[in-house]
Design a protein around this ligand. Structure first.
Ligand code: FES
Length: 106
């Protein structure tokens, strides 16, 4: 099982075993990871699942789709490494992924 580490804005890290095929958002919600709200349930329509992808992982994770980019405009404190976590599918290649949650969601 790929392990994903979520680091909140206070610096607290939570390492979670993720299911391949789930999304980074679903994994967070299922495991009560704070800092991700996911109001639209993963439809790329709310931007409250915003995370920052660790620099070392940006290339592996890849960038947002044009639709995701449009939605990210509504995110809080968006940075070049911002992604919507409902749009990142967990694969074995993401074992060890580190994402940070923003201070607050949109
Ligand atoms: S959960 Fe709404 S955009 Fe990701």
């Amino acid at each position: 099982m790929p392990k994903i580490t979520y680091i909140d804005s206070a610096g607290t890290a939570r390492a979670i075993d993720a299911e391949v095929g789930a999304t980074v958002m679903e994994t967070a919600i299922k495991n009560d990871v704070p800092g991700i709200e996911a109001e639209c349930g993963g439809a790329c329509a709310c931007a409250t699942c915003h995370v920052y992808v660790d620099e070392a992982w940006r290339e592996v994770v890849g960038g947002p789709s044009p639709m995701e980019e449009d939605m990210l405009d509504f995110g809080y404190d968006v940075k070049p490494n911002s992604r919507l976590s409902c749009q990142i599918k967990v694969t074995d290649a993401l074992d060890g992924l580190v994402v940070r949650t923003p201070e607050r969601q949109a």
